[in-house]
Design a protein around this ligand. Sequence first.
Ligand code: AMP
Ligand code: ZN
Length: 114
Amino acid sequence: MKDCLFCKIIKGEIPSNKVYEDQDILAFYDIEPAAPIHILVIPKKHITSLAHLEKEDEVIIGKIYGVINKIADEKGFKDNGYRVIVNCGKDGGQEVMHLHFHLLAGRQLGEKIV
Ligand code: AMP
Ligand code: ZN
């Protein structure tokens, strides 16, 4: 989608520090890390938010969790653990309107909300 920051990153119009890529999914380091390891995992298809998910998108969501586990394994933090966060909409604090999964690791994440 035009004027979408993450679509521009997917197209290579804006640089990113890539961690993983396949035909459906891209993962790259967050520019403002909130933990020692902070990776964003996104579908290449423009999906505005979790609230905009269509039935056909559910397969990609499953694949994203598989990619998250693969990254955790390859980067060596699978055993220590990690946190996955999806902010959705205004009250969820979503700033970039292209569905993304925050993958946080590398320290004890203390600020539990739920
Ligand atoms: P959210 O608040 O859930 O929409 O998260 C958006 C995230 O995108 C924030 O953690 C930002 O630091 C991150 N971000 C914004 N611009 C970039 C960029 N150019 N490259 C990597 N991460 C970015
Ligand atoms: Zn987009």
